[in-house]
Structures are given as C-alpha cells and as structure tokens.
Design a protein around this ligand. Structure first.
Ligand code: ATP
Ligand code: MG
Length: 364
C-alpha cells in the first residue's frame, strides 16, 4: 500500500519558518512510529506570485485535489499590498478553499494548562477551556448574490446577501453532529432566527438532521448574539458549536482569544468525503504571515505543529498519534519553554522557533 500523501504549502512570512519545524516532526513520525508520508512541497501566495505571477498555479491546485491532505503555513505580506486583487496572495488560499469545496472550518479553542496562569501572559485566559467551533466556510453572506455597491436614486447602496440552501446547512450540520459524537456528545447551533430567514431555515434543518440522524446527540440552539455573550460569560458550557460563515468568523476569533496566543491555534477546513472515506482537507494555523516578526526566528511554531496533529486525527486516522503530539506540546510548555509571544514575565528569555520545534521533538 502506498503512503498517505501530504502537500506542504509553506507560503509567506513566518509560514516557511514554522513549517520547517513541522517537517522535523513529520520526519520523527517516519523514523520512530513507522508513519511515512509522501510529502510534496509547493508554492502558494506571494511566493507563488513572485515565481509564477499567480498566487496559485493550476498545477498546484490539481495536486491539492489529489493528495490526502494539504498543510499550509500562511500567505501575504506588505510587499504584496500594491497588487491587483485578482493576484493577491490571499486569493491563492481562497481558490484552494473554494475549489476543494472545504465547507466545514474547524477551530478548536483549547487552553493549555501551562498557559492558564494569565498573570504571566497579561491576558484573560480561561483555564481548562476545550471547545470546538465549526464555521460554515463556502456560503452565506460572503458569497450570496446580489452583492456590490449600486446606485439607488441619487445615492449609493452597499449590498450583501445572506443565503443558505438546505443542502449547505445539512452538510455542515452533519459535520457538527459527527464532531459532537467524537467529543462530549453535545452540539450548540447558533444563528439569528429571530431576525433572519436564513436563520429560520438553519434552525429548522439542524433540528431535523438531529432528530432523524443523531438523536443521541444533545442539541441546543442559541441566537448568535446571546452565544457571544455566553461564550464570554461561561465558555465551558459549550463543547461543539456549529454556525454560519459570518457568525463563525466572529465567534471563533472571540473563542480563540480565551486561550491566550494566536501562535497556539490550529485549524482544519474539511470538505466532502473522498474515495477513501476521509474528507478533503486543508490544515493551517489560525495566525497570518506575521510580517512584523518574519525572518527573525521568533515565530511560535506550535499552531502549525498542532495543525499537523489535526491532520493526523482527521485525515490519517491516527488519533492516538495526534494525542501524542499534543501531549508533547503540553509537556514542553509545562517545562517552561516560551517563544516571545507567550512571554509576559520579566527576566525569562524566549526560545527561538527552532528551539521550540526541537523541544517538541525531544518531548516526543
Ligand atoms: P493576516 O492578515 O494574514 O491575518 P494579521 O496581521 O492580521 O495577518 P498575523 O499575521 O497573524 O495577523 O499577526 C498578528 C500579530 O500576531 C502580529 O503581531 C504577529 O507578530 C503575531 N503573531 C502571529 N502569529 C504568530 C506566531 N506564530 N508566533 C508569534 N507571534 C505571532
Ligand atoms: Mg488577520
């Protein structure tokens, strides 16, 4: 049997720096756990634009469609701000998501015990937090038509359309229920059925999928504004949250900040099952290319490392190995290793990107 395939797209800014650490870890799994991957690497974003004049070539796109999983670093940077929108680095990532039809964006918000002392981070962190937000990623107000700025009488009007079909709601609802079954068997769906027709349909469809296909999962509904309030007031009441594209954007950023640093947060974007039964998938850290620290060896590689852990779990059926990697990260943090973004205390000196990667390797 051939090895599972992984396409690595390091991208721009700190992307290649954090990805170098993940490569070490992939190597460790091959050497020590007999887990070998067919790894290929390619350009995306500004790096692809510099070489090919486009943020994603057709050849790279085709490759992404074939592999078992894509692991991406980050795209963009100030150098590319002047580019036309059609060739901006971000367009490369958007094309990947759209053509792979990655409709379920999984964003875990998990607080590592070692970082729970918020006095050292000078941030409000929720100790023990472990929730999963699933954001619908390919529809809703981000894509609905009509959209644009139009002339209306003697003034202009900006229009976006929130639009969801039943089948779009059904498939992301199933992602939510499946995730709930793998975790605490509890799903909270959020919309604004009180003021939006798409919300009325969303609630009805999620309830029907729950009643007919997942009666074992405890389902609740919340208006998204109340959800935001509850997430800050008592975040641990939630396990899995499923919501639409726009509310998911807001709620997942909110939840992320309950955990500490942007440098710690992984994500997965999943699509329909492939022939092998696993979903099409792209894994990436939540953070961007961090131009302010790029090239200085300061970036925290943990978000990217944990994104690979998600790939192990959701694309390669290696849940135990994913847990092993997450435990190694936990151990390294408990030992006091901190990249600059995790530091608050005076007198503690930060470790570099590669020192953090090496520490995780050693803990493995
Ligand atoms: P984008 O538009 O790509 O989302 P952004 O500027 O909104 O970019 P980031 O690139 O994620 O967001 O950077 C936000 C801040 O967080 C920056 O100050 C950056 O240095 C910091 N940061 C982001 N990721 C990391 C990381 N992995 N390690 C350390 N600091 C990080
Ligand atoms: Mg940003």
């Amino acid at each position: 049997m051939s090895n599972p395939s992984l396409l690595i797209l390091p991208g721009d800014g700190i992307g290649p720096e954090v990805m170098a650490e993940v490569r070490k870890i992939i190597g460790w799994y091959g050497a020590n756990r007999g887990l070998n991957f067919d790894v290929s690497e390619d350009l995306v974003g500004g790096a692809a634009y510099d070489k090919h004049g486009t943020p994603l070539t057709d050849a790279t796109m085709a490759k992404a469609q074939e592999v078992d999983a894509v692991l991406l670093g980050a795209v963009g940077g100030p150098k590319y701000d002047v580019l036309d929108f059609s060739v901006k680095p971000e367009r490369g990532l958007l094309r990947l998501r759209k053509e792979m039809d990655l409709y379920a964006n999984l964003r875990p918000a998990q607080c590592f015990d070692a970082l729970a002392d918020f006095s050292s981070l000078k941030k409000n962190v929720v100790a023990g937090l472990d929730i999963m937000i699933i954001r619908e990623l390919t529809s809703g107000v981000y894509f609905g038509e009509p959209r644009g700025i139009f002339k209306e009488g003697n003034e202009r009007v900006g229009i976006n359309t929130q639009r969801y079909t039943e089948s779009e709601i059904e498939r992301v609802a199933r992602s939510g229920f499946e995730m709930a079954r793998k975790r605490g068997n509890k799903l909270c769906s959020m919309e604004k059925a009180n003021v939006m027709e798409s919300g009325v349909l969303w609630r009805e469809v999620v309830q029907r999928i729950g009643d007919t296909e997942y009666p074992d999962v405890e389902l609740s509904h919340m208006y998204a504004d109340a959800g935001a309030m509850q997430l800050t007031r008592w975040p641990k009441q939630f396990d899995v949250i499923v919501t639409d594209n726009l509310f998911g954007d807001l709620l997942s950023d909110l939840a992320a900040m309950l955990t500490g640093s942007l440098g710690m947060l992984p994500s997965a974007s999943l699509g329909a099952p492939m022939a092998n039964g696993r979903p099409k998938a792209l894994y990436e850290p939540v953070h961007g290319s961090a131009p302010d620290i790029a090239g200085q060896g300061k970036a925290n590689p943990i978000a990217c490392i944990l994104s690979f852990a998600m790939a192990l779990r959701y694309s390669f059926d290696q849940g135990d190995e994913a847990t092993r990697l997450e435990k190694a990260v936990e151990a390294v943090l408990a030992d006091g290793f901190r990249t600059a973004d995790l530091l608050g205390e005076e007198g503690v000196s930060p470790v570099s990107t590669s020192e953090m990667g090496d520490a995780v390797l050693k803990a493995l």
